[in-house]
Design a binder for this molecule. Structure first.
Ligand SMILES: Cc1cn([C@H]2C[C@H](O)[C@@H](COP(=O)(O)OP(=O)(O)O[C@H]3O[C@@H](C)C(=O)[C@@H](O)[C@H]3O)O2)c(=O)[nH]c1=O
Length: 184
């Protein structure tokens, strides 16, 4: 397993070791011990999976305290552009974001810490997205910013007019109007 530091503190990319043979491949998609050896100690309590058609955007989402969530995200099938935005007030990288392509082939993972908005756009049809979270879902504690916010100006790599988005996500505020509940 390889851990790659991004330009934002605490936000890392994880590359599992893939064992390939005549049958196909095997890899450990999560090892508490191996992450702990790399200094990452997170107590994951819930696994989530979503299926999306091409051109779907889910996000940008976070949960506020006491239900803040770190997320270990990956793609099982298909391809996404995954985005994490630092919204920790006082962080030197507040408002900065990183994007990464996660696919069913590269098997890369993104470890999105608490205090970040998270979202993804599906670049292929039939994309299956899976992630672990360290706090249970808490309806009513959701924080978000609209995916096509003009301040963040994220290039999602999809055609805006064909985007599939939930009614809830359509109503999310702009980055400027979002009052982050997180501190650095
Ligand atoms: C996230 C979640 C949703 N649900 C339910 C609520 C709702 O009826 C249905 C769909 O929920 P949503 O529309 O919020 O699903 P979605 O837009 O896929 O939300 C997810 O987006 C990505 C980007 C994240 O980072 C996740 O943390 C989560 O916020 O599933 C749960 O029961 N448990 C959960 O943990």
């Amino acid at each position: 397993m390889k851990i790659i530091q991004t330009s934002i503190r605490d936000l890392v990319i994880i590359e599992p070791q893939i064992f390939k043979d005549d049958r196909g491949y095997f890899f450990e998609s999560y090892s508490k011990t191996k992450l702990a050896e790399a200094g990452i100690n997170i107590d994951f309590v819930q696994d989530n999976q979503s299926f999306s058609h091409r051109g779907t955007v889910r996000g940008l989402h976070a949960q506020s305290n006491p239900f803040a969530q770190a997320k270990l995200v990956r793609v099982i099938q298909g391809r996404v552009l995954d985005v994490a935005v630092d919204i920790r007030k006082g962080s030197p990288t507040y408002g900065k974001f990183e994007t990464i392509e996660l696919t069913g082939e590269n098997n890369r993972q993104f470890l999105v810490p608490e205090g970040f908005l998270h979202g993804f756009a599906t670049l292929e049809d039939n994309t299956i997205f899976a992630y672990k979270v360290n706090s249970y879902y808490a309806k009513g504690h959701e924080v978000g910013v609209k995916w096509n916010d003009p301040t963040l100006a994220i290039n999602w790599g999809i055609d805006e007019k064909d985007t599939i988005i939930s009614a809830k996500d359509e109503l999310l505020p702009t980055f400027a109007d979002m009052d982050s509940p997180f501190t650095y």
